[in-house]
Design a protein. Structure first.
Length: 249
């Protein structure tokens, strides 16, 4: 059965549904919870964080929304296809795709191996392409939206993160290409966080001092930006929104 054959009309499930890749922990968990608080049922994907994924599903359901955790490897076409199909089977519709799953790695440019380079691009750039391509028929049926999670590193060169920065810069361009290709039914935008603090340490202090706003970003701030693209004007598309407190200036 093709993706087109399996589409269920959006009206058959009243609440809107979001799919958040890498939604088990850290920023992904906050995105899932914020979308649930905004009234959406949420499917999340995970690759290795099964326990954290279960906790996130429980937290969403505690808010009174439906949720499901799906094991998925964004590098695998078959795995992506199964996860998208399972989301639509569970909820009957798909209104929002948040491409959050990513890998972050530091390495000197002249020491990056082919395997490292390919692993980062397979996850950070090819992964969002595969998930968006598979989700597209369902998103078109719902006149839905895609929000990609880019990075300040895709806007500014970081010498010790060449493969990561390049993969996120490619994702920014992919966002804008998708915005033109998927219009007018689907809007596509990108949130590009700067430094996101999860616990205070020397590195967090250093970044806070460099940031014009005098503090580091939070997962909640990233989620607020995603919510704007998720619920704001559908007419807004192709935008790259830096959420960095001015760090990139």
């Amino acid at each position: 059965m093709s993706s087109e054959d399996s589409i269920i009309e959006p009206g058959k499930h009243a609440r809107k549904t979001a799919l958040v890749t890498g939604g088990a922990k850290r920023v992904g968990r906050e995105l899932a919870l914020a979308l649930a608080r905004s009234g959406m049922d949420v499917a999340i994907t995970f690759r290795e964080s099964a326990a954290e994924a279960s906790d996130t599903v429980y937290a969403v359901e505690f808010l009174g929304l439906q949720s499901v955790a799906l094991e998925m490897d964004v590098r695998s076409e078959g795995s992506v296809r199964r996860a998208v199909a399972a989301t639509v089977s569970q909820f009957g519709r798909l209104d929002l795709l948040v491409n959050n799953a990513a890998v972050f790695e530091s390495a000197a440019l002249d020491q990056i191996s082919i395997e490292q380079w390919d692993r980062v691009f397979e996850t950070n750039t090819r992964g969002p392409f595969l998930v968006a391509r598979e989700a597209l028929p369902h998103l078109k049926a719902a006149h839905g939206r895609i929000v990609n999670l880019g990075s300040l590193g895709g806007l500014r060169p970081w010498a010790t993160h060449a493969h990561y920065c390049s993969s996120k810069a490619a994702l920014h361009m992919l966002t804008q290409t998708m915005a033109k290709a998927f219009a007018p039914e689907v809007s596509v935008n990108c949130v590009a966080p700067g430094y996101v603090e999860f616990e205070p340490d020397a590195e967090a202090e250093r970044f806070a001092r460099k940031t014009p706003m005098g503090r580091n970003g939070t997962a909640a701030a990233v989620a607020e930006a995603v919510l704007f693209f998720a619920h704001g004007p559908h007419f807004v598309t192709g935008q790259i929104l830096a959420v960095d407190g001015g760090l990139g200036l």
